[in-house]
Design a protein around this ligand. Sequence first.
Ligand code: FES
Length: 107
Amino acid sequence: MNTDETGWVRVANRRDLGAGDVLGVVVAGREIAVYDLDETRFATDDVCTHAYAKLSDGWLDNGEIECPLHAGRFDIKSGKATAPPCTDDIKTYPVRVVGEEIQIKLD
Ligand code: FES
């Protein structure tokens, strides 16, 4: 893991994440989902708050990720749970692109 003193860490290269894609990665022991939405990148925790399912195995639709297990949904920008059975929000992370790297800021 490459992280600098400000907490930014590389999660993928730009070419790893195509238009409209979601990619699951593990960084610093955390499961993170990275998204491309209209060429802007977002990142959230990858594990659903309802039960154990990886959101990166789900479907990105209109700015929301749909969980593959019970079809709960989250807004990928805010992390807000938007459809049942999910009621607890997911954590989001700041994202930046530096050269060819997609980076997120861990806290
Ligand atoms: S595990 Fe995600 S909606 Fe149930």
